[in-house]
Design a protein around this ligand. Structure first.
Ligand SMILES: [Zn+2]
Length: 425
């Protein structure tokens, strides 16, 4: 074995949700080769050994919906209604972003994600090749799409995306769309055909705002989900982000076509978009993952915060503390996130043969003592800053809170410099 993560509580997130209370995970090249309880650890173990010191060893988290470069807009004009915020602030400045700024913003986003336990993310923005380059530089697994305002050149650019993304081993492609209301039927079908042609996910917000729903109803006499069904767009490759304003019929359609949902509770709360009917979707057996959405609308890209918020939001909204338990929240951030992106064959759980995407959560902090239940700790007590180590595709990407592949200080200064020109402090 090349690498062993040892001396921790192994949460496998496999089908049986097995836990090895004192365990280890062994890695050979990119894959998990073996795992077991501490007394079965072969000696000598491996060239590289990571001591979890009694912490949690678990699959890396999967952030199913981000716009990595928008980390550059963190905290800019927050508190405005979403459309005013987008039109008055983000979109105009956005136009002036140079390609290198997209790369720098993405690098910072990747660093933030690695340092808070994310090992795989799905992104939509412009200059997808720059997002892919940043993911590749930092060693993150990524599904990269492109987003086109107005979609004018969408088809052409989308078609060349796989070639433009280059040869990054851990990056795959998605087709991204800004929203159902902003696209014509032809554009929607074109995007779906493109996704089908390449066998990649089609990622788009669906029923994110009441305005979108009423627009679609006015134009097409159907709900957004119903309209997408009429165009033949509902299917297992559709990643429906937000999915807030759904009818019971929409939810039945999602289940029938195996549509995947990305829940982004913090962004939805910040934009006052509404509360997605996640417990009802889960009750129907729809696969739901978690996403932070942009650093601009969320404030951060920490999926630990997202798990906490998701669980608590639905408890208070349903006035029922049992409506989403901690185990479900961790599933959404790991194996079910991987299922949303079609990557559950390689990541999202710790199982032999899968790619080694592993994080270690340090349990030595005062806020983590005592511990009765590891899932509750991960959701309600731990933060991204408790992640001590990260292995992605068998490579040690972060250890003792240091990212191996980049000089974070230089990236932070680069981002400050870009933002200083926009009037940031
Ligand atoms: Zn978004």
């Amino acid at each position: 074995m090349d690498l062993v993560v040892k001396n921790g509580i192994v949460l496998t997130m496999n089908k049986g949700m097995e836990i090895l209370h004192q365990g280890w995970v062994g890695v050979d090249k990119e894959c998990i080769a073996a795992m077991g309880s501490q007394d079965t650890l072969p000696q000598p173990g491996a060239e590289t050994e990571i001591d979890a010191r009694g912490g949690i060893i678990m699959p890396g988290l999967v952030n199913c919906h981000t716009h990595a470069p928008m980390t550059l807009f963190r905290g800019l004009a927050c508190g405005l209604p979403p459309m005013a915020w987008l039109n008055r602030h983000v979109s105009p400045t956005d136009e002036r972003l140079a390609r290198e700024s997209v790369y720098m913003g993405s690098l910072l986003a990747c660093a933030e994600m690695i340092l808070s336990g994310t090992t795989c993310f799905c992104d939509s923005y412009r200059f997808g090749e720059e997002v892919a380059r940043a993911a590749s530089t930092t060693g993150l697994r990524a599904v990269v799409g492109e987003l086109f305002t107005g979609l004018a050149a969408g088809g052409d650019r989308g078609d060349t995306l796989p070639a433009r993304l280059g040869n990054h081993a851990l990056v795959t492609v998605a087709v991204g769309l800004p929203s159902v209301a902003e696209a014509s039927s032809g554009q929607l079908q074109g995007a779906a055909a493109l996704a089908g042609k390449h066998g990649v996910p089609l990622v788009m917000p669906v029923a994110e705002t009441e305005k979108e729903v009423s627009q679609i109803e006015k134009m097409h006499g159907r709900s957004p989900a119903g309209f997408l069904e009429s165009l033949g767009l509902l299917g297992p490759g559709l990643v429906a982000c937000h999915s807030i304003h759904l009818t019971e019929n929409d939810m039945a359609l999602y289940k029938h076509y195996d549509v995947k949902v990305v829940h982004c509770p913090e962004s939805d709360m910040a934009c006052a978009s509404g509360v997605a009917p996640i417990p009802r979707l889960l009750g129907r057996g729809v696969i739901v993952g978690l996403g932070t959405d942009a650093g601009a609308s969320n404030g951060d890209l920490d999926l630990f915060c997202e798990m906490d918020t998701a669980a608590k939001l639905h408890k208070v909204f349903a006035m029922d503390p049992e409506v989403i338990n901690a185990e479900t929240a961790v599933k959404m951030a790991t194996i079910n996130g991987a299922r949303v992106l079609g990557l559950d064959g390689i990541t999202g759980s710790l199982e032999t043969g899968k790619r080694a995407d592993i994080i270690v959560v340090d349990l030595s902090g005062r806020h983590l003592v005592p511990m009765y239940n590891p899932y509750s700790h991960l959701v309600y007590s731990a933060a991204g800053s408790d992640v001590a180590a990260s292995v992605i595709d068998g490579k040690l990407v972060m250890a003792d809170r240091e990212i191996k592949s980049m000089d974070l200080g230089t990236v932070m200064n680069g981002v400050r410099e870009i933002c200083r020109k926009k009037g940031a402090l």
